[in-house]
Design a protein around this ligand. Structure first.
Ligand code: GAP
Length: 437
């Protein structure tokens, strides 16, 4: 089935409680979004899957959690204050503003259709500015971080020393970042507040190219292992003129979004740009000392930089399918069980007290291990369809026979096949299907 269109995903997200417009009761804010009960679980599961692959399962990468607001000098040194800009043009006819490099036709206004009506492009800095303390003067200027990466570079020596890391090693971080995007849009794809998962992998300069290739392969595999269609994901190397000011080479992991291929993650060779710049500006020597070779040098850095919110969006699109069960159309989110917000739904066949009591007992035994939901309303068919639509891999049905045989029926979201098994075996059965807890 082809990928769904943007409205289909946006409607499902809102209807089922994945994503709501931020400040909706005041008319909404197109540049940020709130995540509802299911969206919050999806984001948590994504972060966990990334942290597990990047930190927990490796002995050469550690994690940190640095501040969103750092000294202004960090952004001066990193080059963001001078260079983190997008080309802004304004239509002199309708006064709407656009990012020049994202226009299909750079000579025609996409809003009013006027030809050659744009002003000369102006370099617009994307960092969100604020003031620290009560006086709003130049000395109090600070920025909300536009990437989590700098928090890692400025802590490079703290982490290396305290975690006793030796090259090659990585430092990972997940957290919010902020960019004053000229044209936020495409639902949660480009927002002014978003979340990143970034890892800086420090290595010897001569090994950087090899590690770059390693991380390109590893990162594509991560998405595929979490169920993403391999034919909807690809790598694309940046042209020299696209490269960020710090990068010697970058490849994007791209996903086939409803509007075409677009960036999911950037994997850059940042060379020794950041450590060298922070050493020069701070006076703190951030070179690595290799005892065996008795030499000091600046490590190179390979950086896989992904978006939590953007990946969640891509996984939602990728999982969406419409099929037919018993002649009836259904919507199903075929989310990987690790990502599914609710792992198991427990559904009594009727609202009768004796069935609800057993349902609650079964639910309590599963809650220790997984995020589960109990649903007692509506017909069983409608309840199955609701769980299919939010991606719940398994439904456990409690029926009148359960009162006699102490068994329940487990229904598989993808095949809709059902198996009956004793309640006593349910946890082990689900562990076998959902994976270890
Ligand atoms: N430290 C490098 C860096 O930040 P980037 O390619 O600008 O690189 C990395 O950002 C990832 O962060 C992107 O691939 C995307 O997933 C996410 N991202 C960047 N800007 C975003 C925005 N405005 N809204 C949502 N996600 C964004």
């Amino acid at each position: 089935m082809p990928a769904p269109d943007l409205d289909t995903i946006a409607n499902l997200s809102k209807r089922r409680g994945f994503v709501f417009p931020a400040s909706e009761i005041y008319g909404g804010l197109r540049s940020s979004w709130d995540y509802g009960p299911l969206g919050a679980e999806l984001l948590r599961n994504l972060r966990e899957a990334w942290w597990s692959a990047m930190v927990r399962e490796r002995d050469d990468i550690v994690g940190i959690d640095s501040a969103i607001i750092q000294a202004r000098q960090v952004w001066v040194t990193s080059g963001h204050e001078a260079n983190f800009t997008d080309p802004l043009v304004e239509c002199t006819n309708c006064n709407h503003r656009f990012r020049l490099d994202k226009l299909d036709d750079p000579e025609r206004c996409p809003d009013c259709g006027e030809h050659k009506s744009f002003t000369e492009p102006k370099a617009f800095n994307l960092m969100l500015k604020t003031f620290l303390g009560p006086v709003e003067d130049d000395a109090a200027v600070a920025y909300l971080r536009p990437e989590t990466a700098q928090g890692i570079f400025i802590n490079y020596e703290n982490v290396r020393r305290t975690a006793r890391m030796r090259l090659p090693f990585g430092v990972a971080q997940i957290g919010k970042s902020f960019r004053n995007e000229i044209t936020p849009g495409q639902f949660v794809f480009r927002t002014r507040e978003f979340e990143q998962m970034e890892m800086e992998f420090f290595c010897r300069p001569e090994e950087a190219e090899g590690w770059h290739r390693h991380w390109l392969d590893a990162r594509i595999q991560w998405y595929v292992d979490l169920g993403m269609h391999p034919d909807r994901i690809r790598l694309r190397a940046h042209e020299p003129e696209e490269l960020a000011h710090y990068a010697a080479a970058t490849s994007d992991v791209e996903y086939l979004f409803p509007w075409g291929w677009d960036e999911l993650e950037g994997i850059a060779n940042r060379t020794d740009f950041d450590l060298k710049a922070h050493s020069d500006a701070s006076g703190v020597d951030l070179r690595y000392y290799d005892q065996d070779a008795d030499e000091r040098f600046y490590p190179y850095v390979i950086e896989p930089a992904a978006g939590v919110t953007r990946s969640a969006f891509a996984f939602l699109i990728d999982a969406y399918e419409e099929d037919e069960i018993g002649g009836e159309k259904r919507v199903v989110l075929r989310l990987h069980p690790r990502l599914a917000p609710i792992k198991v739904a427990v559904l009594p066949l009727s609202k009768k007290d004796e069935l609800v009591a057993v349902t609650n007992e079964v639910a309590a035994s599963l809650r220790k291990y997984w995020m589960i939901e109990v649903d007692v309303t509506q017909s069983i068919g409608r309840r199955y369809r609701r769980q299919d639509e939010i991606g719940t891999p398994y439904c456990v049905t409690v029926d009148f026979d359960t009162l006699e045989d102490h068994a329940v029926t487990v229904r598989d979201r993808d095949t809709t096949e059902q198996v009956r098994l004793p309640i006593a075996d349910l946890v082990d059965h689900l562990i076998g299907r959902l994976g270890p807890v």
